[in-house]
Design a protein around this ligand. Sequence first.
Ligand SMILES: Nc1ncnc2c1ncn2[C@@H]1O[C@H](COP(=O)(O)OP(=O)(O)OP(=O)(O)O)[C@@H](O)[C@H]1O
Length: 764
Amino acid sequence: MTVEDNTGSALELRRRQLKSQPSTLHTRRQQAVCVRRAYKRYGTKKNPFVILDGLNMTVPKGSIYGLLGASGCGKTTLLSCIVGRKRLNSGEIWVLGGTPGSKGSGVPGPRIGYMPQEIALYGEFSIRETLLYFGRIAGLTKEKIEERLEFLVSFLMLPDANRLVKILSGGQQRRVSLASALLHEPELLILDEPTVGVDPLLRQNIWDHLVNITKGGNTTVIITTHYIDETRQASIIGLMRGGYFLAEESPERLLAQFNAETLEDVFLKLSVIQNMGRRRRSSILQEVTETIQVPSGVVNEAAVLDEEGEISGEFGDNVSMSSRGGRVSITPVVKDTEPSMPELPPEEQSPTECMDYFKVIKMHHMQALIWKNFLWMWRNIPVMLFIIGLPVAQIILFCLSIGHDPYDLPVSIVNFELDQKEECHKGISCNSTRLSCSYLNHPFKFSANYKKLQNYFDTINEAKDSVIRGKSWAVIIVPHNYSDALRERLEAWRYASEWDIEYSSVEVYQDKSNENIGNFLKVYLYETFQKFIQDYLKSCDIDERVVSLPIRIEEPVYGYRHPNFTDFAAPGIILTIIFFLAVALTSGAMLIERNEGSLERSLVIGINGIEILFAHVITQFVVMVGQSIMVLIFSFAVFNLTLNGNIFLVALLTMMTGLCGMCFGFVVSCVCDTERTATYMAMGSFLPMVMLCGIIWPIEGMHQILRIISLFLPLTKSTESLRSILMRGWGFAVSSVYIGFISTVIWIVVFLTFSVLLLKFKKG
Ligand SMILES: Nc1ncnc2c1ncn2[C@@H]1O[C@H](COP(=O)(O)OP(=O)(O)OP(=O)(O)O)[C@@H](O)[C@H]1O
């Protein structure tokens, strides 16, 4: 044969392959599942990891379709796309006549029964409760669920239905998972490796059952398995490799065509052919159609519509595909120019109006979800007690640890007014020659806080050394003749001598490395001196006001003469505790549900993200109300924090902030895929929020830009509002109060909208 002859026949062959498919939209919709030109990649566009590369698949109604392929070839990915949980990058999928995920297609929904590869069950539920949950979602009555439960437990040889899933063996758990998929007798059953870990007898029973339910033609099964030969009972098997099907045929025809004993052999031969194709692209078609005679049915005719329906084969519809991924390509086809390509179906519409999203909420779904969430809590009572107890523990810690004056701080004193070994005594008299003792032992603040740890030294150097070595916070030096000098200074006033002024002053050397302690000590010394000197003048029958600062600080309009930091920080701390615990609780619950796979199963059976979200809002809200009540009781009844306003307003704002935290938790769980990233995000937002929302430091003391930023944070206005209610006793009519409520509502709406959008668009 000459080169020209070869080229000519190859061209002829290509033309033959390019013959348009007789498939039509109508016939595609008639199939249980029809996949055309599916392309799916993970990774980035630049660095793609192609999983499906122009794959075609046709699953006729009433058939059992065995999806075979090596581990990691993309079976689960394909199934996820079929059930609408992942999206193709390009290509078309029809499932039960509609496009998965589109309005009115019923997919995802109870028309499908899905058994994912992971166990995807709630460990804390019993077998009965598991089936009750999935049955309720599918809209079955309790009686029907009980009837099916009885059948499935005996058919799948399950133990007592009241046993918890988490204490079942791996194989038993898989069977409960299979029972959950079979429970509502769906039209399309998608089973991802249902027979792993199942004993041969039960495996045979399962296959017999599948054959039985598909007999009537109303149920279709797609099943993946690693035991290739068990698919002999399937009506069609699709052998997947390299992102597409090597063949899609009935097992009998495949065995006959390849003259093989087992399906493993067939797979092997097809794989060899595929590998040859990779080496010699141009000659593959010739080899397939000429050298290897057997696959003729698989190769060409399979693509042709026969009486049984439209069957696609590797060299059928796939022929008209691109050559992405370097796979064997008979000829590349530009979609637009292909004359006989059936017109693409108009995309079924997703909900477009806002209200459409709320119409998707179904009562029986909500009931099942709320029941499931409460049951989960009931089964995890220690966890729940911890969750409710945690904010209480935090508020107790806050009230006991923050805002109190430091006490028992050691100070060193060198008192030159005292004789050797003389002790300082309390008490004040007009003629006292030991006024320094009266001052330092005055029962007002200084002595009250430092008395226990006043250490007397003989020399200044020794005393200073104690500060240098960190043994005390300050050295107070009282000069000789302090009392006389002070008396003289008071009496002579403007005529006081230099000597009197010098000797009537105590010297203080402080360790100011700790700003708070340094300031407290300074204030204590000032205030105690003020008190002491007034008492001294009184003892001399002199009006004590002459030595008071000529500024009268009257009773404050709001707050106390001596406000404490606890009252300042409490509003922000209460809101922060409730907000961030709600974030942790909600994002944790959502991520556990998602990562255990149970969420995936619920979504496939028809629950949608919005229902899950609202069910969590309801159940978590109950928890959060419990947390808020406990926190408020401990704050105001036990620790007597200042509460001048209406407690109902306080409770309302606290709960709204908790709701806001829950909504932020939903955003976190939608954005993050793992608990670790969610923890980073929650922690990453915690500190900025605490720093910028005026919780521990007034916003008025921040950098200008941060002051503006803080206005746009969820806890700023609510903290301000709560502070005004608590400290000023203001009501809802005052702007700084109602702005806090408005800001919280706005943040709830923003976070909820974000979550809904993320749930809607973050797929696959
Ligand atoms: N979300 C993802 N991101 C990146 N790669 C993924 C993702 N999901 C799956 N893959 C990769 O895609 C490939 C196909 O995975 P898939 O789970 O579909 O295979 P499979 O045929 O079901 O395998 P098995 O039979 O072992 O379950 C694997 O290499 C897997 O690592």
